[in-house]
Design a protein around this ligand. Structure first.
Ligand code: FES
Length: 148
């Protein structure tokens, strides 16, 4: 029985190290490109209700933007009552804000204006209304999404 040994030369070792660094460098460039083409699957809308805060905390004219799945949601207390919409403009997806003084939802990017009571377009380039989000209160907590 013969035993063979493999010796790694200095040149071979350096080639191996260069190869490893090359593979790591390639991976560092390839990973973001792959993530761009195959993004992580984010939940479009949460399957569970999302708490906003104590019911009654939002006074008429107040609003709050909260995280809601892939997109934030805008929860507002209008003179017509509580409303909630996805806070994403239907034009080019800028975040919209509630102007409680004028009782309008405003998109600052291209001067888009939406009605606060139903999310429909008042003026500007947005092609359609804001998407409404269901809301409810339970045990004095305001929730959006999900089922009551
Ligand atoms: S992105 Fe809102 S008006 Fe253009």
């Amino acid at each position: 029985m013969t035993q063979t040994t493999t010796r790694v030369t200095r040149r071979g070792f350096i080639k191996l190290v260069y190869g490893l660094f090359g593979a790591l460098g390639l991976g560092a460039f390839a990973a973001p490109a792959l993530a761009y083409f195959w993004p992580a699957k984010l939940e479009e809308v949460p399957s569970e209700p999302v708490p906003v805060g104590p019911a009654g905390e939002l006074k008429v004219g107040d609003s709050r933007t909260i995280s809601y799945g892939r997109y934030p949601a805008l929860v507002l207390n209008t003179p017509a009552g509580m409303r909630a919409y996805l806070a994403v403009c239907t034009h080019f997806a800028c975040l919209v804000k509630y102007d409680g003084v004028k009782d309008e939802i405003v998109c600052p990017c291209h001067a888009g204006f939406f009605r606060s009571d139903d999310g429909s377009v008042i003026s500007g380039p947005p092609p359609k209304a804001l998407k409404p989000v269901p809301w409810f209160t339970k045990d004095d907590i305001l929730y959006i999404g999900g089922e009551a």
